[in-house]
Design a binder for this molecule. Structure first.
Ligand code: GLC
Length: 651
């Protein structure tokens, strides 16, 4: 809707002072003081932070889109991105909790309810999916639900599961966070029993991904669009920790909508978006995964809604490029994998995953593929695309080749020679065979394998990390054979990885001296708790996408059956503790939004497996060709070694 349409709707907009190029030339931001008036009793004054990289900008206010044209430059700095809402009739303290905001919330939630009712009719019981059996001897349903005595049980299961779905939907609606009356995200947890909220009252980027996908699957696109655009504005925030600023492309870990008194006017308040880039986070961890998830969600938004205009916007294109530049920039590293500090992803505390953790690599690979799909060709982006393509090939070769373990590979490592100084070393990273942990010798199944957690010089972290493995399947970072093998391993190790609640975040737990040294004696990450091999229901959705992609949905359906028994009665905990996930986590929040959303997404995808396609990356033919070329022994290969110098210089 253009400005003229908006006026017809009874709105008028005045730009009271105009743009500037930010305080420093490196900060490509512009700010506006805008005054929006409505003849329907609402008036908003706002300082709007805009992106000067776009030559035209659209501002959405209460669903009405205004085109902003700016002319004059001035210097202005704001700590937040505020939106002051005040009432025309002189009543102050008018925030998004105001009637109009409330009306919008109501209409949003009515729309959701209607959509939910409409799609609820399509429910396919998990039991039906359980009957789909995998050709290679997949999971067999525990009891035959098609037999007539089971029919009543079947019907009651359906009823029970739909009431759980309803509850989950209601809770997800309640978790929505509004900014100036517009839905922009979901709160991390809304635990009615816990007063110590820490930062669980914020919108976390990574936590919103399953919420966003749940909304997309329901046809509720606006909240995702708003989330994507608002977090984009935060990307360029001035962020510093003790005088040091991280890279421009960094996305925040989380943000909060705060209502604060308006400067110089104590009768009015304004809403501000207040991001945390890790400067306030426990341990000051950098959220490397945020930008990668943002790209993945942006692509999913385009695929589900069919609205490609968001990804085509100049400011969005610039946002994508800023993330890519940050990830692709040169450093000291010898490997194509992304080098990060500990706690830079879902595991956001010290857990010995610094270096090149699998989760980040899988998200990185996926984000590169998604970005390549969305980048609009233009002059000057050729170098970036070249770097991106080279990285994709190098990264997939590196992970497939060096992170993979199964019985065969383990036996090779067991017989490795060490201290090989040469360009053609077999044991390139100088792994000492004694590193193979005793648990793995027993644990590795005959059929199946997985990608290890991390690889560094003389170090393989043999722990199984679930999200990294599942997202390697989803993104096609793992080969098709490897993907099936990972699912084979999950089936073979069901009692370790699923047990009483899906899904273990990693396996096994660190304990004893290892726990003391690696976690720094972290009391939250004690063995079989939280990040240290606790069980996280949110992982259900990634498991489901991976299983559907490999045409083995029955594995996810079986996990959902386990989850469904407890999740609602346990009040949707954040995580579970103990080896077989029997306890609700020691410090687990209840009504944790991504547990709710993860469950809903898994449910919706199993009901309509075709809709999962929008979430995965197909294997890329060019990458496969390049990899075949690299690994084909009949291809004459350049003898590795130093390139001969063209000229000899006598110094
Ligand atoms: C914990 C989790 C992190 C999550 C956050 C909010 O810190 O480790 O992954 O984003 O809680 O739920």
């Amino acid at each position: 809707m253009g400005a003229s349409d908006a006026t017809q709707q009874g709105f008028a907009m005045f730009i009271s002072s105009h743009s500037c190029t930010g305080l420093l030339s490196t900060k490509p931001l512009t700010y506006f003081n805008a005054h929006v008036k409505s003849n329907k009793r609402c008036s908003i004054s706002m300082k709007v932070q805009l992106d000067s990289r776009a030559d035209e900008t659209f501002l959405q206010i209460y669903g009405v889109q205004f085109k902003i044209i700016y002319q004059k430059q001035e210097r202005f700095k704001s700590q937040f991105w505020p939106c002051k809402c005040e009432r025309n009739d002189g009543v102050t303290g008018f925030t998004s909790e105001d009637r109009r905001g409330a009306d919008l919330k109501d209409s949003f939630s009515v729309k959701s309810q209607l959509l939910h009712q409409a799609t609820a009719k399509k429910v396919v019981a998990i039991d039906e999916i359980m009957q789909v059996r995998h050709d290679n001897g997949g999971i067999i349903a525990s009891d035959d639900k098609s037999a007539s005595p089971g029919a009543t049980k079947h019907a009651s299961h359906k009823k029970k599961s739909s009431s759980i779905d309803d509850e989950a939907w209601n809770l997800l609606q309640e978790s929505i966070v509004y900014y100036c009356g517009t839905p922009v995200g979901t709160i991390a947890a809304k635990d009615p029993t816990d007063g110590n909220i820490l930062n669980y009252d914020q919108v976390f980027i990574r936590d919103f991904i399953p919420s966003g996908i749940a909304f997309l699957l329901k046809g509720e696109y606006d909240i995702v669009r708003n989330f994507v655009l608002h977090t984009l504005q935060l990307q360029s925030w001035e962020k510093t920790m003790d005088c040091h600023s991280p890279g421009q492309g960094l996305m925040p870990a989380s943000f909060k909508v705060r209502t604060v008194p308006l400067d110089g006017d104590d009768t009015a308040t304004e809403e501000v978006l207040d991001p945390d880039f890790g400067e306030a986070a426990i341990g000051r961890v950098a959220p490397v995964d945020s930008g990668l998830w943002w790209i993945i969600l942006l692509r999913a938004y385009g695929k589900y809604s069919g609205d490609l205009s968001v990804q085509e916007r100049i400011d969005v294109q610039t946002g994508i490029k800023m993330i890519l530049k940050l990830c692709l920039s040169d450093g000291f590293d010898m490997f194509p994998t992304l080098l990060v500090t500990d706690g830079s992803c879902m595991i956001d505390r010290r857990m010995g995953i610094h270096g090149h953790p699998l989760e980040i690599q899988a998200l990185f690979y996926s984000a590169l593929l998604c970005a390549r799909e969305m980048l609009t060709p233009e002059d000057g982006s050729a170098d970036l695309l070249r770097a991106l393509n080279n990285r994709l090939i190098a990264l997939s070769f590196h992970i497939r080749e060096y992170y993979w373990v199964d019985m065969k590979k383990l036996n090779e490592i067991y017989r490795y020679k060490t201290e090989e100084y040469s360009y053609d070393a077999v044991n390139k990273f100088n792994i000492y065979p004694d590193q193979i942990p005793p648990w793995l010798v027993e644990w590795m199944p005959d059929k199946g394998g997985y990608l290890i957690g991390n690889l560094q010089p003389a170090h393989m972290d043999f722990r199984f990390f679930s999200l990294g493995n599942l997202w390697s399947i989803v993104s096609s970072l793992a080969t098709s054979h490897q993907s099936h093998s990972i699912l084979d391993l999950i089936e073979a190790k069901w009692t370790d990885l699923v047990a009483d609640m899906p899904f273990k975040i990693c396996y096994p737990a660190l304990d004893g001296q290892e726990w003391r040294i690696i976690t720094g004696s972290d009391p939250k990450n004690t063995p079989w708790s939280y990040h240290n091999a606790g069980s996280w229901p949110t992982l259900l959705w990634q498991l489901t996408v991976a299983c559907i992609k490999m045409n083995r949905p029955e594995i996810a359906a079986r996990a959902m059956e386990v989850a469904e028994k407890r999740l609602s009665s346990d009040k949707w905990p954040e995580y579970y503790d103990s080896k077989s996930a029997r306890f609700i986590g020691k410090q687990s929040r209840l009504h944790q939004t991504w547990s709710i959303a993860g469950f809903l997404v898994a449910k919706l995808l199993l009901e309509n497996p075709d809709s999962a396609k929008n979430l995965w990356n197909e294997e890329d033919a060019e990458i496969v060709n390049a990899l075949n070329f690299m690994t084909d022994s009949s291809t004459p290969r350049r003898k590795r070694g130093r390139k001969p110098l063209k000229k000899t210089y006598i110094v």
